[in-house]
Design a binder for this molecule. Structure first.
Ligand SMILES: [Zn+2]
Length: 430
């Protein structure tokens, strides 16, 4: 009996080792989206690169419905690359409402956001979007990241942790990140064959025994301001986009009574699903209006229970501080999930891909093969090549846009509860 247990133990251990040894070669393959048809008319929305996407965006100027006057412009981001611009278009009539669509706050996520802007204008032209509204679109808020395949800016700053009205933001700490910093930021060139990478999931499990799951979630999501070579770095001062945005938003939003503000992202959540993340609303009124406009969808509010930590320095929070005092302001972060990041396997793999890309950016790669593989995994995490994935989210948004706009119109019948329109800082509690 003892011998049987021993043999069984050896067999199990052997199977486990073989399984682990094979994993890095196989890579993580997210589930195919069963039953979804690939539609060529959906795929055409997705651009190949930054230059092509920007050109298509600029062409939208000529495609606005005739009731609009079109204004457009660009903001040049200072860089050794002379050709990095944030482009904007404003379709103007005398409508009381404004819809804002922003793509590419995170560079690698820009092509999908740009596809959704193209879709929106197509639907507008086809008369498929209810109501009388004007439109402001910004293309590739982080053009460096779009062009060079990074989530962060050229200064390694996560723009969605860098935007606020005061520089007090940069004094924030992040306890979880400090605890895990050796684990998250390896200081040598990437070598995918090393045991640290083969056993990433096991090492993470050990970390989870010693640190709470919350510490890891906080480290990953809340942003950090201590490690300039780390991911989710919010910077030590504002990126140039902050001032540009402040001027543009205050100027363009001035005539409107209500604003629907949609910030387009990818990478977080269940693969092929569109998630509605409300961020951290600056006022109770914003929260109530969001609950009304997005009532047909599930929203994940930041809380201990949801495991979704409030983000500091994010775009919709910043826009709320600039605009919400005098207007109805209804923001949302739309996340098109790519990796099942809410499930353990996908979550671990997402973190590993993030660690490897950042490590390679700062410390290089042992081989060209490792470089190509790490880049491929990173691109797939933020811009999946799957035709099914692309067709699915275009199909979903074709329904979501008109439904959300219809609710946004109805919002005027829902009276605001005056009295708490003063913007107060919401303490994240972390
Ligand atoms: Zn993002």
């Amino acid at each position: 009996m003892k011998r049987f247990a021993l043999i069984l133990g050896i067999l199990v251990a052997f199977a486990w080792v073989v399984d682990r040894a094979l994993l890095p070669q196989q890579g993580y393959q997210p589930e195919a989206l069963q039953g979804v048809d690939v539609k060529p008319e959906s795929l055409r929305y997705f651009p190949d690169n930054y230059a092509q996407s920007r050109e298509r965006f600029r062409q939208l100027r000529t495609l606005s419905p005739s009731r609009y006057q079109v204004q457009g412009g660009l903001f040049k981001v200072s860089s050794s690359d002379e050709d990095l611009t944030v482009d904007w278009l404003h379709f103007r009539s005398n409508a009381p409402r404004l819809v804002v669509l922003v793509s590419g706050v995170h560079g690698m996520e820009a092509p999908t956001g740009a596809a959704m802007q193209q879709l929106f204008v197509d639907m507008l032209r086809a008369g498929q979007l209810p109501g009388d509204f004007d439109l402001l679109m910004l293309h590739a808020l982080n053009p460096y990241g779009f062009k060079y395949g990074r989530r962060a800016t050229e200064n390694n700053v996560d723009l969605n942790r860098n935007l606020d009205t005061t520089a007090a933001l940069f004094a924030n700490g992040n306890h979880g990140y400090r605890q895990l910093h050796d684990f998250l930021l390896p200081q040598e060139p990437v070598d995918l064959s090393r045991w640290e990478n083969r056993f990433f999931a096991e090492r993470l499990s050990l970390k989870l025994l010693r640190n709470s799951r919350d510490a890891i979630q906080e480290a990953a999501l809340s942003g950090q301001y201590q490690y300039p070579q780390g991911f989710y770095y919010g910077g030590d001062s504002f990126e140039p986009q902050q001032e540009f945005l402040q001027q543009l938003l205050i100027d363009k939003a001035a005539p409107y009574q209500s604003i629907l503000f949609i910030d387009l992202h990818t990478g977080f959540g269940t693969r092929g699903e569109t998630h509605f993340y409300p961020g951290n609303p600056a006022t109770e009124q914003i929260r109530r209006d969001m609950e009304w406009v997005f009532q047909d969808y599930e929203m994940v509010w930041p809380s201990e229970a949801s495991g979704f930590f409030p983000i500091r320095g994010d775009l919709i929070g910043f826009a709320g501080k600039l605009l919400a005092a005098e207007k109805r302001f209804v923001p949302i972060i739309l996340e098109f999930g790519t990796m099942d990041s809410l499930a353990t396997k996908g979550g671990v793999e997402s973190l590993h891909r993030t660690v490897l890309e950042n490590q390679g950016h700062f410390h290089g790669f042992l081989s060209g093969q490792d470089r190509a593989e790490v880049q491929r995994r990173y691109e797939e995490m933020f811009y999946p090549s799957s035709g099914r994935w692309r067709s699915k989210i275009i199909g979903d948004m074709s329904n979501i846009y008109p439904q959300v706009l219809a609710r946004f119109l109805q919002l005027e019948e829902v009276k605001p509860e005056r009295g708490d329109l003063n913007i107060t800082a919401v303490d994240s509690g972390h």
